[in-house]
Ligand binder design. Structure first.
Ligand code: FES
Length: 108
């Protein structure tokens, strides 16, 4: 069975300060949504796969997020670990013409 992908407005861009992340509930899942200093947005799973650190509280730097607990670093586009074999799930995210952050999440 093919998973349907739905676009969800999660809030206005200004709800996430530049260079930070925030947690939003999207389609029944809690996701970390990040805004770069250049106003790009990214979305990942909420918790670090290492020991559950809060990724939205991590530092973002050059397209990566650094988990605040033990500094494992993940690429925000691919979810691949930069300094770890762990990886995070990512979700396509964008900013709509109305200034809202849109995240694409699969539905069964
Ligand atoms: S919980 Fe994220 S690096 Fe350990």
């Amino acid at each position: 069975m093919t998973e349907a992908i739905l676009k969800h407005r999660v809030g206005l861009l200004d709800a996430v300060p530049r260079g930070e992340g925030r947690v939003f509930e999207v389609a029944g899942q809690r996701l970390a949504v990040f805004r770069t200093h250049g106003d790009q947005v990214f979305a990942t799973q909420e918790h670090c796969p290492h020991l559950g650190g809060p990724l939205a509280d991590g530092l973002i730097d050059r397209g990566t997020v650094i988990c605040p607990l033990h500094d494992r670093t993940y690429d925000l586009r691919s979810g691949a670990g930069v300094n770890t074999e762990c990886q995070v799930r990512t979700y396509p995210a964008s900013v709509g013409a109305d200034g809202a952050i849109v995240v694409e999440v699969g539905q069964d």
